[in-house]
Design a protein around this ligand. Structure first.
Ligand SMILES: Cc1cc2nc3c(=O)[nH]c(=O)nc-3n(C[C@H](O)[C@H](O)[C@H](O)COP(=O)(O)O)c2cc1C
Length: 447
């Protein structure tokens, strides 16, 4: 079978994946809680024969810094609720919701995702995150964010338990036999009776087994613990975009972990971020990207860098940064993520850099700017040289930046035979070439 490049369409800030995307002249910032706005996004993705849409999420409002309120466009709809509506407005595309294992309960999550899988006839996916910010803890009765290691321990127990709940009912357990009056076959019901370190859940689930067996599982943490959890359980990983050689190392390392867990390397797809800015010519695309970068208010530039390096900074984005000893290690920042801190590493190498330099550097490093042919070349090179199995496309501006990708880059990828031109399979799992998981029951205890 020819290997096919997978495509996901990403949304976090509704105005686009750049924080100032909502300011672009083509943006529609007054529609961020309008279901039709998101339906248009999903329909565009379906027109481009994407495998899935992918809604990132967090359980907080980012107001740690004044710029979060003043300048970010962050009000948006809750993913599972929104995807249920979008299930009715689309027919083929996957529907991936980000759901945290740190601030939810397994029974709720198992139930909601099983419901979405039934509502969408097998198109649901779960982007499992352990969450990142102390702001989230404060919305759920805590003062501090759970410790990083504990979050992943809880995450591992959480996902195993959710899968047990999805296995409560055999596929043929519901008889609904009106004549005999037998609704369900009790021999085909398993009650998990789970008692673990983090959860005690009796079960069974009150939703029958999802059409996909288990909705498709994405994972997005980049740390050692994050990669281990993904290697053991996930169907796909959403990864940071990295320069080619680093992306190849990450890809090879994660595939090796998958094999070490007794799985096939192909059982886990690695999908880095792709942040395209496409235009007819390279020049034009660079001008559009530069315009988006320069629309970022100075307060965001300073506060974004201050946050990522874990140190307060002066208001002037052009002041040279002097890194405090121990920056990023003794604060909440170290507990937020243990993925590599690239900006801090640059500063610690001793270079004289300003917040504006660092912000611009990460911007240009993360975007893929050019004509459709140039972007397709980069995508193809990564796909064919051990750096990616596909991409999660994060247009910087919505809706136009994403429409441009679908209208200009997707046809180029299709012409090269890299992506499909029509949907064939009906469930997301089938489309990704993943087997439907058999129902797993604990071994009977022999007395
Ligand atoms: C590419 C990427 C995307 C992520 N998306 C989300 C998200 O949408 N919501 C969220 O709460 N956390 C998200 N995370 C954070 C992870 O859930 C995780 O909590 C965080 O990265 C810390 O774990 P780590 O040290 O393994 O990276 C993302 C992380 C990465 C690397």
């Amino acid at each position: 079978m020819t290997r096919r490049l997978l495509l996901g369409a990403f949304l976090f800030h509704p105005g686009g994946s750049h924080v100032s995307g909502w300011r672009h002249e083509t943006a529609e910032p007054h529609r961020h809680v309008d279901v039709d706005y998101y339906a248009d996004f999903a329909e565009t993705a379906e027109r481009g024969v994407f495998d899935t849409i992918f809604l990132a999420d967090g359980l907080y409002f980012w107001d740690r810094f004044p710029s979060g309120v003043d300048h970010y466009g962050q009000t948006r709809l809750e993913p599972l609720t929104l995807l249920s509506a979008l299930a009715a407005r689309t027919s083929r595309i996957g529907l991936a919701a980000t759901v945290s294992t740190s601030y939810n309960e397994p029974y709720h999550v198992a139930r909601a995702l099983a419901s979405l899988d039934h509502i969408s006839q097998g198109r649901a996916a779960w982007n499992l995150v352990t969450s990142r910010y102390p702001e989230e803890a404060r919305n759920f009765g805590g003062d501090a964010h759970l410790d990083h290691a504990l979050r992943y321990e809880r995450g591992a127990e959480f996902v195993a338990l959710v899968q047990q709940l999805w296995d409560s009912w055999a596929d043929d357990a519901i008889l609904a036999d009106q004549e005999s009056g037998i609704f369900a076959d009790p021999d085909k019901l398993h009650t998990p009776e789970h008692r673990g370190a983090h959860f005690a859940v009796r079960g069974p689930l009150n939703v029958s087994r999802p059409p996909q067996g288990y909705p498709v599982l994405f994972q997005a943490g980049g740390s050692d613990a994050g990669q281990e959890l993904a290697a053991a359980t996930a169907d796909a990983v959403f990864a940071r975009s990295l320069p080619l050689a680093e992306a190849q190392r990450f890809y090879a390392g994660l595939k090796a972990r998958v094999v070490a867990h007794g799985r096939d390397a192909d059982d886990l797809a690695i999908l880095p971020q792709l942040r395209p800015v496409v235009a007819e010519t390279t020049e034009e695309a660079r001008t559009i990207a530069a315009g988006i970068l320069s629309s970022t208010p100075d307060a965001i530039v300073v506060e974004d860098v201050a946050h990522s390096i874990g140190q307060a900074l002066p208001d002037d984005p052009d002041a040279v940064i002097v890194v405090a000893p121990g920056a990023g290690t003794d604060s909440d920042i170290a507990n937020e993520s243990k993925s590599p801190n690239r900006r801090l590493a640059r500063l610690q190498s001793g270079e004289r850099l300003t917040a504006r330099d660092l912000y611009a550097e990460s911007f240009w490093e993360s975007v893929s700017v050019g004509s459709a042919r140039e972007i397709a070349d980069d995508v193809q090179e990564r796909f064919e040289n051990g750096a990616a199995d596909g991409f999660v496309v994060q247009a910087l501006t919505q809706p136009q930046g994403f429409r441009d990708f679908v209208d200009l880059v997707v046809p180029e990828l299709q012409r090269r035979g890299l992506t499909r031109t029509a949907y064939e399979e009906s469930t997301l799992r089938d489309r990704l070439g993943l087997a439907r998981p058999a129902r797993r029951l604990p071994e009977p205890v022999l007395r």
